[in-house]
Structures are given as structure tokens and as C-alpha cells.
Design a binder for this molecule. Structure first.
Ligand code: NAD
Ligand code: UFG
Length: 349
């Protein structure tokens, strides 16, 4: 027998499409809403091919309240995984209004539509970028928040809105309270092991891993390593890379917990999704070359504005409360990225 129906916003995108696979494989019914502003419907066809199951796709914008209401009316949705949003830090500095409109206003409309449909379980894609400056580079959920660019601030604002929404339940004595998980991702990379779905960035990638793999396959000439004078063990930036399949498994665990007695009286809680271990840019290049046997040509370039030296997760809370921890190592992440890249050198064309 099929489990409940989950609405996946942004389900055609990189992380959302992997979440659809995991949900379908766990026997959930899946309904996707995506405006295809940063994705192609081919990703969803491939999700169906991989799982041999079908999903319901609505091409719509989450800011379109009528469209959302119609979806909630037609489908028996019990929970939402909310991935839809814009995510490029640099672009957000140039187009702050677009980012706040898409991410913050989009989430407001979604929350209103959910409220009207009495669907109050929400798993939200937050980001480690919501953390402010701190004494330690291993971030725990109770560290001070304070994003430094419009993208990060949009995630921070959404977190605040969702915390307020949940807090209002006790003020109004809500019958069915909100149950919300704010999942703070560190650096998702990798792809489904089939190599059929993966990250398909528009134009020149901003992020390290797609850039490295496009250099390795010959699409881009040379990687710029942004800074080698950071106070890290080799001078280059250190991040907590996490396999996208591990990441989406964390979403299913979060959903289970929202539906358990732990959340019986509702709540809004943040969890880090990371491995707890950091790798430098040079370590990524070296491991990439070892795993794939390809050379990654690079040069040392100036630091990129806004980059931290080092940042990785303290993933203990997710382990303790969600029963989740990342299983895949850096070799797996790179092998799966490369498999996707080789099978789809031009992405989803
Ligand atoms: P993505 O761009 O591949 O996926 C986002 C999807 O949302 C796309 O398919 C896009 O078409 C859709 N979308 C955007 N605005 C929409 C709107 N208004 N209405 C309907 N659909 C809309 O990005 P991703 O990497 O899969 O990221 C998913 C979520 O995770 C985002 O919210 C992102 O901010 C967050 N996140 C990503 C990373 C990362 O490194 N990839 C890190 C932290 C957090
Ligand atoms: N880097 C390079 N060269 C590149 C790209 C990146 O040296 O061409 C370096 C960066 O300086 C950094 C590391 O590689 O040290 C990782 O950079 P990414 O751009 O891949 O990732 P970030 O940690 O900067 O940002 C990512 C997401 C953000 C999110 C943040 C925290 O892109 O959306 O993680 O979760 F906010």
C-alpha cells in the first residue's frame, strides 16, 4: 500500500529530483511543483525511469497562490518538501529583490496555501549560510545566525518566518500545529549512482565540484582556486561536502520524525545536514584526479569576496534526533559526479 502524498516544490531541480527518487522508493506518492526556471522536465522523466514509478508534475510558480490552491485541492497532500528557490550568491547581490521575491515571498505564499489546505508538515531547504561569525568553524545549530548576502538573508528570513508561524500555534491554541524541520545543508555534491540525474548548472558553474568536473571533461579550460593564503592546513578554503543522496535521505528521516510523537505538539527545529568533516580545495582536486584518472588543470587566483576560510557541520543533533548520518565518502561523491558528467556532458539536453 502506498504511503502519503508529498508535495515537492522545486522537484525538477538538482536536490529536489534526488528527493523525488528517495520518496518514490519509500512508497510515497509524489507531486512536484516547479516553474522550470532553473531545471528541465527531463530530470523528472529520468526520476520515473530510475524508480519505474510515476509522479504528478505541475509546471507552476509557488508565488501563484491560485495554482497552489488548485494543487492542494486536487491532490491529497499531507506534507511538503520545499526546495523551490533561487540559490546563486553572486546573482543575489546583483538582484536582491528577485531573490527576496522568489524565496521569501514564495515561501509566504506556500505557507498560506498550506495553512488553508490544513497541511502543516514542512521540510525546508535551509543552508549553512545562515550562520554568522563564530569562534568555532564547526557549526552547531545553536550558533549565532547572521547571513552576509541577500541569498543567505533570504534563507534566514524564511527560517524566522517559519519559527514565528510555529510559535503562533500556542498563542492561538491551534488544533493541528505546524511541524517544521529547517534543514541546513552544507555543500551538496555528487549524483544518483545511475548517472541519470545530477547537477546541471546553467552556464559557467559557480560551485567548486561542477567546475572541477567540467575542467576534467574538457568543457572548461582551467579551475581558479580562490585563495591559497587562508588560515587552513594548506591555505585553501575548507568545506563540508555531502553526497546529495545522503542529504535527501536526511529529508525522509526528518519527515518521519515530524510525524512521530516527538513532534506531536508541533514545533520548528533546525538540523545541520553535513558529514562533520572538511576538505580543502586542493584536497578535492587531488582526490578528483585519483578517483577519475583525469587531470584537473588549475591556477591560484585571488580570494573570492564573501568566502569563509573554513566551515563544516556539527552533525550530532541530526544523528541524535533524526537518526541520520551521512554514509558516503568523498570518493563516492566524486565517482558519482564523474559518472553523471561523463554520461551527460551537456547536462539534460
Ligand atoms: P536548483 O536550482 O537545482 O533547484 C531549485 C528548483 O526550484 C529549480 O528546479 C527551479 O526551477 C525551481 N524554482 C525556483 N523558483 C521557483 C518558483 N518561484 N516556483 C517554482 N519553482 C521554482 O537548486 P538545488 O541545488 O536543487 O537547491 C534546492 C534548494 O536547496 C534551494 O532552496 C537552495 O537554496 C537550497 N540549498 C542548495 C544548496 C546547494 O549547494 N545546492 C545549498 C544549500 C541550500
Ligand atoms: N572555489 C574555488 N574555485 C571555484 C569555485 C569555488 O576555489 O571555481 C572554492 C571556494 O572559494 C570555496 C570552496 O571552493 O572555498 C567551495 O565553494 P562553493 O562555491 O562550491 O561553495 P560555497 O561553500 O561557497 O557555497 C555553498 C553554496 C551556497 C551555500 C553555501 C553554504 O553554493 O549556496 O555553500 O551552504 F550558501
Amino acid at each position: 500500500m502506498s504511503k502519503q502524498t508529498v508535495l515537492v516544490t522545486g522537484g525538477a531541480g538538482y536536490i529536489g529530483s534526488h528527493a523525488c527518487i528517495e520518496l518514490l522508493e519509500a512508497e510515497y506518492q509524489v507531486v512536484v511543483v516547479d516553474n522550470l526556471s532553473n531545471s528541465k522536465p527531463e530530470s523528472l522523466r529520468r526520476v520515473e525511469r530510475i524508480t519505474d514509478k510515476s509522479l504528478q508534475f505541475y509546471e507552476a510558480d509557488i508565488r501563484d497562490k491560485q495554482a497552489l490552491a488548485a494543487i492542494f485541492n486536487r491532490e491529497s497532500i499531507t506534507a511538503v518538501m520545499h526546495f523551490a528557490g533561487l540559490k546563486a550568491v553572486g546573482e543575489s547581490c546583483a538582484q536582491p529583490l528577485n531573490y527576496y521575491h522568489n524565496n521569501v515571498y514564495g515561501t509566504l505564499v506556500l505557507a498560506e496555501a498550506m495553512s488553508e489546505a490544513n497541511v502543516k508538515q514542512l521540510v525546508f531547504s535551509s543552508s549553512a549560510t545562515v550562520y554568522g561569525e563564530s569562534a568555532s568553524v564547526q557549526y552547531a545549530e545553536d550558533f549565532p545566525l547572521g547571513a552576509i548576502n541577500p541569498y543567505g538573508r533570504s534563507k534566514f528570513m524564511i527560517e524566522e518566518i517559519l519559527r514565528d508561524l510555529s510559535a503562533a500555534d500556542s498563542v492561538i491554541g491551534a488544533q493541528s500545529p505546524w511541524k517544521i524541520a529547517l534543514l541546513r545543508y552544507f555543500n551538496p555534491i555528487g549524483a544518483h549512482e545511475s548517472g541519470l540525474i545530477g547537477e546541471d548548472p546553467n552556464g559557467i558553474p559557480n560551485n567548486l565540484m561542477p567546475y572541477v568536473s567540467q575542467v576534467a571533461i574538457g568543457k572548461l579550460e582551467q579551475l581558479s582556486v580562490f585563495g591559497d593564503d587562508y588560515p587552513t592546513h594548506d591555505g585553501t578554503g575548507v568545506r563540508d561536502y555531502i553526497h546529495v543522496v545522503d542529504l535527501v535521505k536526511g529529508h525522509l528521516k526528518a519527515l518521519d520524525v515530524l510525524q512521530s510523537e516527538k513532534f506531536e505538539s508541533g514545533g520548528c527545529k533546525a538540523y545541520n545536514l553535513g558529514t562533520g568533516r572538511g576538505y580543502s580545495v586542493l584536497e578535492i582536486i587531488k582526490t578528483f584526479e585519483t578517483v577519475t584518472g583525469r587531470k584537473v588543470d588549475y591556477k591560484i587566483a585571488p580570494r573570492r569576496a564573501g568566502d569563509l576560510a573554513e566551515c563544516f557541520a556539527n552533525p550530532e543533533l541530526a544523528y541524535k534526533e533524526l537518526g541520520w548520518k551521512a554514509e558516503k565518502n568523498l570518493d563516492d561523491m566524486i565517482a558519482d559526479t564523474w559518472n553523471w558528467q561523463c554520461q551527460n556532458p551537456q547536462g539534460y539536453v
